[in-house]
Design a protein around this ligand. Structure first.
Ligand code: ADP
Length: 225
């Protein structure tokens, strides 16, 4: 991420409801900015897949569309951002998601010398429900596909790995509604928190255009930083 003069490396926080395109934008931005993409959802799913004790602890909560405890994700993120590849900045996707997580992150970023920049991807809920219902993921490399806007070259097969794509357990419609409710209840209050924090905060319309068009809009606001 750009570092001029004595400016601090940036912690780019992609914020928005489930299905707003945070994961897609984070993957594109990672290529553009050459900094790590840290997705708490992906880290938790990896723990579940490997059967580690933390994975077992969070599995049921995630499958029901509920948030996992703050101390669990705070620890995962703190461990990750202390690795050397994060020294030049990083992209957070799906974190923070509660006021407690935001406060914990704020303390960590200050202590470690990173400057937070929040990008809010705004997308309406009807569009989100349609998007998530058509979402498929590669169980091997994590690549995301959309049956309507970004299908794989062969139906149901990952372009990179040749593996069969899956529907995430929490992408079923009843669970999507639960996730949107969790977002309304626990995560959307963070918008007021960010606004009051005085940190850089930008809104981008995540509902129109292809992922590349939205990426250009994100890069345009980042160039103002
Ligand atoms: P989405 O943003 O589409 O909901 P994620 O992959 O970011 O997808 O998250 C999937 C699930 O992982 C969430 O519903 C929640 O159970 C868990 N999770 C991810 N990040 C957090 C977090 N920061 N705090 C609590 N739970 C989280």
């Amino acid at each position: 991420m750009r570092q001029t003069g004595d400016r601090l490396p940036k912690a780019l926080i992609l914020f928005g409801p489930p299905g707003s395109g945070k994961g897609t934008q984070a993957a594109l931005l990672k290529e553009q900015l050459r900094v790590p993409h840290i997705s708490t959802g992906d880290m938790l799913r990896e723990r579940i897949a490997t059967g580690d004790p933390l994975g077992l602890q969070v599995k049921d909560l995630m499958q029901a569309g509920r948030l996992v405890p703050d101390d669990v994700v705070n620890r995962l993120v703190n461990d990750r951002i202390s690795l050397p590849d994060c020294a030049g900045g990083f992209i957070l996707d799906g974190y923070p998601r509660t006021i407690q997580q935001a406060e914990a992150l704020d303390g960590e970023l200050r202590a470690r010398g990173f400057e937070p920049v929040v990008i809010h991807l705004k997308v309406d809920y009807n569009r989100i429900i349609a998007r998530i219902a058509g979402r498929r993921q590669c169980p091997v490399c994590g690549a995301l596909y959309s049956l309507t806007s970004h299908p794989p070259k062969s139906p149901d097969i990952c372009d990179n790995e040749g593996s069969r794509l899956v529907v995430r357990d929490d992408d079923r419609e009843s669970v999507i509604r639960e996730r949107l409710e969790a977002y309304d209840r626990q995560t959307s209050p963070l918008l007021a928190y960010f606004a009051a924090s005085g940190d850089a905060f930008h809104e981008v319309d995540g509902s129109v255009g292809s992922p590349q068009v939205i990426l250009s809009a994100v890069c345009a606001v980042l160039s103002l930083e």
